[in-house]
Design a protein around this ligand. Structure first.
Ligand code: GDP
Ligand code: IMO
Ligand code: MG
Length: 422
């Protein structure tokens, strides 16, 4: 925690690194937790005291009743899904309205944005991105085209603005001859969601955050997705549509680079990816199936199989570089407990040429591996570094040496308790 600063916690690979768990673990140290990018394409899992929650738009600091949670201006929000998510938390006894603040500058995902998401994917055929179908791309496109609706728009003359943008979307769908939708039912719930959002503090969260910082309070910026899904730095065009990297913290919350404290980069002890796009470390064999089975690698939002492979140092070095990562957090170490040999991708190779720098396009590159001995010891019950088996301590030391960045937290199980500070 850095007083008077914004610390960032960023997924630095393809998402689903375990951000929700670590944000929840960190929350007691911070005054404010803020999401700065993405929307309900995220699925952040938090497990404690035998309970499990999956959050999409609401920050993972919400379980600590004394903390302010912010959905920042860089986010996109679907009122109906937001209402559903909030109702689940309310049913579990959490009171949200006072301590969950929403930026008036965040953009609204309309039901027709979701239809457009499907239509664009269908039109791409075999080149489809494999999106989550939540309307993320079309909403950020409208934002960039300067025709989007913002949360602040619900405060005045909203229906006219809504109907105008909806009509525009319906025209595009008609032009595409895409008729496979019926938004009537969805629209009703969506409008109820808009009403529900009015209960919350819709504020200029950028100014609010600066007031906290001026008081010396600390803010944790919760990343969504991962660096390789970033619109600029990811494996374009197989990316999401927001800035998921540390630069996105500045634009997505309205803070300057000087306000950023630590940048935590979170990754798994192996690799996964959901959706399409190149993935040089992908395993199509039994080892890949084992990683998926042991790691329960099925999407928290869509239930899709996550593609699995060994850890990728080319990707990690690149992500550390573009984010300015100061500290690393390694998750799901326990998933490797049973493997006699652990492989690590140290370079990519194509047409006899090797590289350790992230290529412009990773399509067609093969992973080059080195091997380390596995620890073959269950890690989940361990609570301190001194208890680590030697082969696991060696794996950590090897990664730190290669990545030139300290690993400050190790996660050995999904529960809040299974977290070790180094
Ligand atoms: P996020 O999107 O980055 O928040 O990650 P997800 O919640 O989508 O996926 C991470 C999954 O791994 C969740 O099911 C977590 O409960 C689980 N998880 C987190 N940390 C660990 C860990 O150290 N070990 C194991 N076995 N599971 C973990
Ligand atoms: P969290 O925050 C993993 C992927 C989708 C698809 C691409 C674009 O839980 O880590 P989109 O719907 O954003 O237009 O889809 O990005 N994707 C994620 N993969 N974790 C996520 O979020 C993701 N959010 C989007 O699978 O490949
Ligand atoms: Mg996830």
């Amino acid at each position: 925690m850095t007083q008077g600063k914004v610390d960032a916690l960023l997924g630095i690979v393809f998402g689903d690194e375990g951000k929700g768990k670590v944000v929840d673990f960190f929350t007691p140290q911070y005054d404010v937790v803020a999401r700065f990018a993405g929307g309900p394409n995220a699925g952040h899992t938090i497990i404690f005291e035998g309970k499990k929650f999956v959050l999409r738009s609401i920050p993972s600091g919400i379980f600590d009743e004394n903390k302010v949670n912010i959905i920042g201006n860089g986010c996109v929000i679907a009122p109906d899904l937001f209402m559903k998510e909030a109702h689940e938390l309310e049913a579990a006894g959490y009171v949200l309205t006072e301590r969950l603040h929403i930026s008036r500058r965040a953009h609204l995902i309309l039901p027709t944005h979701r239809v457009l998401d499907r239509a664009y994917e269908a039109a791409k055929g075999k080149n489809a991105v494999g999106t989550t179908g939540k309307g993320i791309g079309p909403t950020y496109s409208d934002k960039a085209a300067r025709i989007g609706l913002r949360v602040g728009d619900i405060e005045e003359d909203f229906m006219a603005k809504y109907e105008r943008l909806k009509a525009r979307h319906l025209q595009i769908l008609a032009d595409m001859h895409f008729a496979d939708f019926d938004i009537a039912a969805e629209e009703q719930e969506w409008l109820q969601g808009v009403e529900y959002m009015r209960k919350f503090r819709l504020s200029d969260t950028e100014t609010e955050i600066h007031a906290y910082l001026a008081e010396g309070k600390s803010v944790l910026a919760e990343g969504a997705q991962g660096s390789l899904l970033d619109i600029d730095h990811g494996t374009y065009p197989y990316v999401s549509s927001s800035s998921t990297t540390s630069g996105g913290v500045c634009t997505g919350l309205g803070v300057g680079p000087g306000h950023i404290g630590r940048v935590y980069g979170i990754f798994k002890a192996y690799s996964t990816r959901v959706g399409s796009g190149p993935f040089p470390v992908e395993l199509f064999d039994e080892t890949g199936d084992e990683l998926r089975r042991i790691g329960h690698e099925y999407g928290a939002v869509t239930g899709r199989n996550r593609r699995c492979g060994w850890i990728d140092l080319v990707a990690l070095k690149y992500a550390i570089m573009i984010n300015g990562v100061t500290d690393l957090v390694m998750m799901k170490s326990d998933v490797l407990d049973t493997f006699p040999v652990i492989r690590v991708c140290t370079a990519y190779e194509k047409d006899g040429v090797q590289t350790t720098a992230m290529p412009y396009d990773t399509e067609g590159w093969q992973a080059v591996y080195t091997e380390l001995p596995g620890w073959q010891t269950p890690l989940t019950e361990l609570r301190s570094e001194e208890q680590f088996p030697k082969a696991f301590a060696d794996y950590i030391a090897y990664l730190e040496r290669e990545l030139q960045t300290p690993i400050k937290i190790i996660s050995v199980g999904p529960d809040r308790e299974a977290t070790i500070l180094m």
